[in-house]
Design a protein around this ligand. Structure first.
Ligand SMILES: *[C@@H]1O[C@H](CO)[C@@H](O)[C@H](O)[C@H]1NC(C)=O
Ligand SMILES: *[C@@H]1O[C@H](CO)[C@@H](O)[C@H](O)[C@H]1NC(C)=O
Length: 427
């Protein structure tokens, strides 16, 4: 700051600042030309000897100060200074700084957001999600224009916020989640960020509103529809839909892996379903972008039952540990919303995995899907498939699947007349 104030004065007033002033270079400076020839030469030597190095140093200094000041101004403009997890008071002052609100293209004016606090969409240990509505254009429309089908003006949103008692770790995770979501391109199978609103305590994150809520609750609520299957209702949710969900999630995860992201919290509760029954991966709270193929974390809140053995034993995460978790998600899906390892103590999980025991095939799960799960639960990470592979396996299954996919023939056979050729495809 001190430098910035002084600099202009130096430039204008200080004589040594101007190395090209004639006094240093005029050989006749300082006296009569004829009588002072030697003196003239000395003046040149002095001029060159002192003036040029001083000038060069001064220039370098000026350039340095200029860039230093500019960098500081840039840093001040960053709404989320990097070392964010600080004591409560620091945190509030940081957000109070005016630089926070003005320059971010993702920022929505609080006045353009309505929050319905009586419509809670979800809550976790450290966050609440309410339904809201954006009045006017959502900020994302200027950032990724023309890439999507959903409405971005006067549209419903999910508003994620931290409760006032949230601890520093939760706040820091939340910041990281917001910054991560900003960096994502639009993808149909990822929940996308629409903007954020600045608030004194912590910002509100605005994401796509997904009408059917999270996949786990949706499956649990509509379990009977799935069990009944096409024999009872043609509009109900079917096993073929679960197959479609599996593919969509796999496709979203393939994208995440391609951009170098390890999700670390893949579970049915973290997948949202929109009005057209499209699954979107949400909750990037534990997501980490990584340059190396392995990420080592410590502590924090961990989804133990979804974690691969290497994550449980040594906190190691990789794309392949995400694949393990994806296998558990498939199991949740095809068990129609059961809790995995319901009988296993969390302290026993690792020994269970190491002894080769795996979750059993759920009643309504087709064999070929269970094969995919089992491949995801290979002890050695390298033996597990990549998402690219699970994606293409599931796509092939989808291609072959009929409306009756996954249903046993005798169960509902007698109640409906069907094309006989279709029954042969049943698993
Ligand atoms: C807020 O949500 C409640 C509960 O769903 C609903 O009854 C009410 O109409 C909503 N209010 C507004 C203003 O949308
Ligand atoms: C089959 O149809 C009968 C009556 O036609 C009905 O009572 C029964 O619940 C149906 N079974 C199934 C599994 O839908």
């Amino acid at each position: 700051m001190k430098f910035r104030k002084n600099q202009p004065e130096n430039e204008d007033d200080d004589p040594w600042w101007k190395p090209t002033t004639p006094q240093y270079y005029d050989p006749y400076y300082g006296g009569d030309h004829k009588n002072n020839e030697r003196g003239g030469v000395n003046a040149v030597a002095l001029g060159l000897g002192l003036g040029i190095p001083l000038g060069v140093i001064a220039c370098a200094l000026a350039v340095f100060i200029f860039f230093w000041c500019r960098k500081r101004r840039r840093q001040n403009r960053n709404p989320f200074p990097v070392p964010f997890a600080k004591k409560g008071n620091d945190y509030e002052t940081q957000l109070d700084s005016p630089a926070y609100s003005i320059h971010d293209p993702w920022l929505l004016d609080r006045n353009n957001l309505e929050i319905n606090y009586s419509k809670k969409l979800g809550s976790g240990a450290f966050c609440n999600v309410f339904k809201g509505k954006i009045n006017g254009e959502a900020p994302v429309s200027t950032i990724h224009p023309g890439q999507r089908t959903q409405q971005l003006r006067d549209c419903p949103v999910a508003v994620k916020m931290l409760p006032s008692f949230a601890d520093d770790a939760a706040r820091s995770d939340f910041m990281q989640e917001i910054n991560f979501m900003k960096s994502l391109a639009y993808h149909p199978h990822l929940v996308s960020m629409l903007g954020f609103v600045a608030d004194r305590k912590s910002p509100y994150l605005l994401v796509e509103f997904c009408e059917h809520g999270d996949l786990l609750h949706m499956i649990r609520n509509r379990k009977q529809e799935i069990i009944d299957g096409p024999a009872v209702s043609l509009d109900g949710l079917k096993i073929k839909d679960l197959l479609m969900f599996s593919w969509q999630i796999s496709n979203g995860l393939e994208y995440l892996n391609n951009i170098g992201c390890i999700h670390r919290d893949i579970a049915a509760r973290n997948v949202l379903v929109d009005s057209s029954n499209t699954c979107k991966i949400g909750d990037f709270g534990l997501c980490r972008l990584t340059d190396s193929l392995l990420y080592t974390a410590r502590g924090g809140r961990l989804p133990l039952k979804w974690m691969a053995p290497e994550s449980l034993s040594s906190y190691e995460y990789s794309f392949k540990s995400d694949v393990w978790s994806y296998g558990v998600l498939l199991w949740e899906l095809f068990s129609l919303g059961e809790v995995p390892y319901a009988e296993v103590q969390t302290t026993e999980l690792l020994t269970t995995h190491r002894s080769g025991k795996r979750l059993l095939k759920p009643e309504y799960c087709p064999d070929e899907i269970y094969d995919v799960m089992r491949s995801c639960w290979q002890e050695l990470p390298d033996d597990r498939p990549a998402f690219q592979q699970t994606c293409s396996i599931l796509a092939q299954m989808l291609e072959k699947a009929t409306e009756n996919y996954g249903y046993l023939i005798p169960k509902h056979f007698n109640n409906q007349t069907r094309d006989p050729s279709e029954q042969c495809d049943n698993v």
